[in-house]
Design a protein around this ligand. Sequence first.
Ligand code: PHE
Ligand code: FE
Length: 298
Amino acid sequence: MDIRSPKGVNQGVAPVTYGTGSRPPRGDYGRARSDYTCAQDFAQYSEADHQTYRRLYERQLQQLPGLACEEFITAVQQLGAPDRIPHFDAISERLMKATGWQIVGVPGLIPEEAFFALLAERRFPVTDWIRTPEEFDYVVEPDVFHDLFGHVPLLFNPVFADYMQAYGAGGLKASRLDACELLARLYWYTVEFGLIHTPQGLRAYGAGILSSAGELRYSVTSSEPQRVAFDLQRLMRSRYRIDTFQASYFVIESFQQLFEATAPDFTPVYREVRERIGREGEIEAGIVLPGERTYAAG
Ligand code: PHE
Ligand code: FE
């Protein structure tokens, strides 16, 4: 999943989402329950759909060594055989044993409050449809490949699993504080586009990178983007791009660091970040501020 918007329970209509303009989400929200989850519609998959999944999976798998973090590489096999779109229930069974998480089907992007509520219950929403062959290289909305391949392997990591639950609970609070836009930046720059510094070099852990054919190599090895050391308040002041490769990434040293940096109550953090944005403005993607620690490619 990526970024979703307004509030409320499912009434059979598609939610509005940030930054997607007038095009409605493609899922059929009529088949979702009030919490926006739905049974995985396995009968919808054609042989061509399974083949799309297999081709996407193979293309990403061979790129992982040296680019994806070890936690991701060891867990990716938990998705099961790569030749067909997996049954969500089979993955949930393994995930439940590992970290107490489950995955649940959804028709597509869901409103942010519904999304936060699911995460807070350790249920990760996975879109059940797959992109068309024409969208093989780029799909605007998250599909089953992005959601499963990108997000689910790290849910097998205990620290990251706890971080995701804390994010959900934090999201419910951010909704009450009208701070979702600031919190969404944290999701974007960690869960979707995060990099981690390891003894072997920089590696990707963000789902948006790991499920992307081009951005995986670019994010780790290109000299073009900036890679800034993770700093919560700095990150919350930073804008991001949704339609091209990122101009900036934030780099963590460990999942434990990420978990601990985000554990304190964000109520004063939101206030301080707002004040600072009021005085100094937001930070554009691709900018490095004086004195900031950055990481070289690789
Ligand atoms: N500590 C955050 C808060 O009080 C919750 C949170 C944890 C948010 C982890 C995001 C990630 O709002
Ligand atoms: Fe996502």
